[in-house]
Design a protein around this ligand. Sequence first.
Ligand code: ADP
Ligand code: MG
Length: 744
Amino acid sequence: MHAVEDLKTKLQDQSQEVIRLRSELGATDLEKHLEILVSENERLKQELSACQASLLDVPAPTHACSDCLHSKDAEALRDQLVHLEEEIQEKDRQLAELERAAAQVAERERWLKESLHEKEEVEQQLSRRLRECQLALSQHAAQPPQIKYISKTVEVESAQSRKALQEAQAQNQALQEQLVAQRRLLRDLELQLHESQRVSSQLRTQILAYEGEMERAQGQLEAEMQNLEEEKNRIIEEAFVRAESEMKAVHENLAGVRMNLLTLQPALRTLTFDYNCLKRQVQDFPLMLKKAIAEAKQEICQVIGEVSSANQELLRKYKREMNLRKKCHNELVRLKGNIRVFCRVRPIGLGELDEAKSMVTFDPDDDAVLTLSNKGKAMTFELDKVFPPEATQEEVFQEVQSLITSCIDGYNVCIFAYGQTGSGKTYTMEGIEDNPGINQRALRLLFSEVSEKAPDWDFNITVSMVEIYNETLRNLLGDNPHEKLDIKMCPDGSGQLYVPGLTEVTVQSVEDINKVFDLGHMNRATACTNLNEHSSRSHALLIITVAGFNASTGHRTIGKLNLVDLAGSERIGKSGAEGSRLREAQCINKSLSALGDVIHALRSKQGHIPFRNSRLTYLLQDSLSGDSKTLMMVQISPLESNVSESVCSLKFAQRVRTVELGGPTGRKLNENSSTSSSPTHDSLEVRAPTASTLPIVGGSTLASSSRSTSSTRRRSHSYQSSGWYTHVRVHLSTLQKCILFLHY
Ligand code: ADP
Ligand code: MG
């Protein structure tokens, strides 16, 4: 009985415990938390959607501010928002888990309720049994023999109830354990809840911060948008104003064009009328043209016939005039003398500065006069031209180039450099590498002149180089420089001379010239031991032959240009030289005297010219006689130590220059008083003039320019500019134009 009572109280305790547990389990708290969480979640979601909406409301960044700071901020905010969304999703997930756990707890609770219900039923059964037992017990109390049995039954039943009690206790134990577990779980859930509350508050503050940020960005964006809007409005206004003014101008133009159109219309009508008229005329034109052409042809043929006969007449007259002009020219040149004498004074060299005083003075008003101070006595010499020390190679060449070009016209020309050793003969003739002398410049000039005459004329220029040493002739361009050459008379009976075995090299360019000069120098050097000494004791000749042929007229010309670097003229013979030096000096004296004789005889128009007196004059016979032109370039040194040689050279120059007109009357002019003293070489006779030995073809120009016009002694002629020549040229060119026009 006592045990039953105990069981009852225990059962009541348990049911109370269950009720307490139910209240403790805090199903309502949990639900409350759940509700709070759900509402919180809901609120967060709303905030999120509001944020998204405001974000969407924010206008997309324009290109103008795509790079600005706000777009970057907005980008960062968007990233943060995405991050927040992710966190919210995470929270949602946690919330779902919590809900699941709450559902489990509710399930447990339901199960506990059921088991409690079962216990109550068991309890009711037990109490019913108890009551039955008590009833039976009281019945058995009246019947003592039955008591033993009942007590057994009770005992049996007590054992069962004990067992049931034990089971109930065990169950209770299990329930308590579950309860403990549930409590633990609940605590965990509470902790989680706290944590999520904390996180959500953090998130809220973050969201607030972001919202602030976004508001700021939005404010900036709005300000920017406003600026852009203002800018846009301004630009639109400007464009509008511009467009309005342009429209105005266009309207004005349009009005003008309309006006023009109105005025053009009648013009167009007239034009159309004219056009129709012209069209009709064009249709008739071929017939008219044919007729006109036939008439014009007839007229033109007639005129051409007249013009060509006039042309023939003119050409005939022109040729006659040309021949006359040439005759006149040659006669004039002969009268003036074909021999020019120039003097060049070399500058004082660097090594001669100790005796730097120049003995030579020049007349500033007359470039043909120079004065030499000889032992305190001033000696004045008059020549055709004097070159002072500062005269350049180019200036010297300018003075001789007309002579050189005359060999293209078929004249023979000789240019001699005369003077003592060291006076500048080789410098004038050959020059130095970067400043060439007459030789190279002459060939260059001939090339350019010849090329100008092409294609009417075909020219061939050949070059020979010869050395005359001790009266022997050496071929400098041959294979054997030691070979001696001879001068012979042409066997055709023409009286012309030729040198058998003399090498003639055709030259066409400056490179060819240089090659020829190099070969000549090499051969000259190999033939002697001391080139400098040898070259001053021998004459070096460069013979250039220019042969031309005019295919249209059939005319041929041949001219020779002899450029001679003479041996030194110093009077070694008189200073007691012996042996080979004496022979050299004798040979030089002989040839230079012979040259002086020949030139003098030529100028004096003597009947006999002593060409044969030396190899040099004999070789140059063709080029010195007849219409040939000769230039003597007398070189002198300005130094005091060379004065006596300079005086000799100038006397020689003076003598060969002296004009002595020959002819039938044999008229003679006296020499200038200051130059009447005897020259170095022998004096010459005066004879009748000789006949020309070369055929002369074509016109020529011989001009010796002179700066002073006052001097009557000077020569300055330019026959090309004479009146009749210009007249004929003008007529011819007019005629040519007429013919061209008529042919066209
Ligand atoms: P030559 O041939 O009469 O013996 P060169 O022509 O050899 O004399 O001249 C002797 C020196 O004087 C050379 O060194 C030459 O360069 C120099 N010389 C001559 N004339 C001139 C000049 N006009 N200008 C500069 N130097 C000159
Ligand atoms: Mg020399």
